[in-house]
Design a protein around this ligand. Structure first.
Ligand SMILES: Cc1cc2nc3c(=O)[nH]c(=O)nc-3n(C[C@H](O)[C@H](O)[C@H](O)COP(=O)(O)O)c2cc1C
Ligand code: SF4
Length: 359
């Protein structure tokens, strides 16, 4: 795997005297896109943010089904620190915070050692607050500042007014780990890490080019009677079809959102039951700041609890469908906006499973 290359800070040594423009131009030329979920071009983000006071390496990784950043921390933490050093140099950042998911605290000492041995920069590690919302780029600012982890209204974006009101750039850990690789003439932005779990013989991480078919991706891990694919909790779901192309545009055409956390769902599972557990997840993990997300997801959960005792009335099922539209339209941040995609897609693609639950 390219991401496991033992680079030994080779790229840093080569470019450490380059100016910001030269580094940022190379990042733009590489066409590297962010691996935090939104697929935003990293070079453009750096150009728009430059210069910043703070860089944040987002290692909160709490999306269900995603464990790719953990894989990098386990197997090549050096390349993360090298990427951070290059980013700090390019962005003229005074300080970097690595926001490390609480469950990944075991990597803290190793990271500190690598920083101590190699970095001329001030790089600190902050242990995450243990909440999914804290991975969102404005909640992470509140959390580092010691405030309640809830999202801030945008604009202003972190690049304008971020940590402690200073200009800030937030990048995903895998994005930063790919930075040292872009000076390699064979660099290919389509290569990405997929986390594969669910009804498969073995959960694993694969580095493959986006644009491949799901059937080819899953060859190495043998899916068990696949019926559906869920893209994390927030990307929605699609019926399993071995020819489904894994790219942002192709998945979007079908109404879902491409997430690197691929969860395989087998034939014997109930799709509404999986949706219920995702609704429960968003109930527990939303920050509670805005009513549509907080109360809407709570009402959805109540409606899904009803089916333990009896079937839905037509009005209740209509309310479920209305809420899947209303919540994303009226919510403030990405959590609320994507919290019902799974249900929208599930009702569209597996209607018979929901009809069975109606009177
Ligand atoms: C609810 C929510 C949770 C998020 N969690 C993470 C996360 O754990 N790690 C991450 O890198 N990005 C996460 N993001 C995306 C970040 O807001 C941000 O877009 C990303 O860190 C930017 O990095 P990139 O440009 O390198 O992709 C989350 C977004 C939302 C809405
Ligand atoms: S959409 Fe949800 S998570 Fe986002 S600010 Fe509103 S309540 Fe918080």
């Amino acid at each position: 795997m390219k991401i496991l290359a033992k680079n030994n800070f080779k790229t840093w040594k080569k470019i450490r005297y380059f100016n910001s423009k030269k580094i940022i131009d190379q990042v733009i030329k590489s066409k590297l896109t962010g691996r935090g979920g939104a697929n935003f071009p990293t070079g453009q983000k750096w150009k728009l943010s430059y210069p910043v006071e703070y860089l944040i390496c987002n290692a909160d990784e709490s999306e269900p089904g995603k464990f790719k950043d953990k894989f990098i921390l386990e197997n090549n933490p050096e390349i993360v620190i090298e990427g951070i050093m290059i980013a700090m140099k390019a962005l003229k950042a005074q300080k970097c915070y690595i926001y490390l998911r609480k469950e990944y605290q075991k990597f803290e000492n190793k990271l500190k050692k690598i920083i101590f041995q190699n970095s001329p920069y001030d790089i600190q590690i902050v242990i995450g607050a243990g909440a999914y919302i804290c991975g969102e780029e404005t909640s992470i600012l509140n959390s580092i500042e010691g405030k309640r982890g809830e999202s801030r209204k945008k604009p202003p974006y972190p690049a304008e007014k971020g940590l402690y009101d200073q200009k800030t750039c937030v990048n995903n850990l895998e994005t930063l780990a790919r930075i040292p690789l872009i000076w390699d003439k064979n660099f290919d932005n389509d290569l990405m890490l997929f986390s594969i779990s669910g009804d498969v013989i073995e959960s694993l991480i694969l580095e493959k080019k986006q644009g491949l078919k799901i059937g080819d991706l899953l060859e190495e891990t043998t899916p068990i009677n696949p019926k559906a694919i869920f893209f994390g909790a927030s990307g929605g779901c699609l019926p399993y079809n071995k020819n489904l192309i894994l790219s942002y545009s192709e998945i979007e055409k079908k109404g879902a959102f491409f997430e690197a956390g691929i969860i395989v769902v087998g034939q014997e599972r109930s799709i509404p039951d999986i949706c219920r557990s995702i609704i429960q997840f968003f109930n527990e993990e939303n920050c509670g700041k805005c009513v549509p997300c907080r109360e809407g997801n709570f009402r959805l959960l109540q409606l899904f609890q009803v089916i333990k005792k009896r079937k839905w009335t037509p009005e209740e099922f209509q309310m479920i469908q209305d809420l899947t539209e209303f919540i994303p339209n009226a919510s403030q941040c990405g959590l609320g906006k994507f919290s019902t995609k799974h249900l929208q897609n599930a009702i569209k693609y597996f209607p018979e499973e929901f009809k069975k639950l109606c009177k």
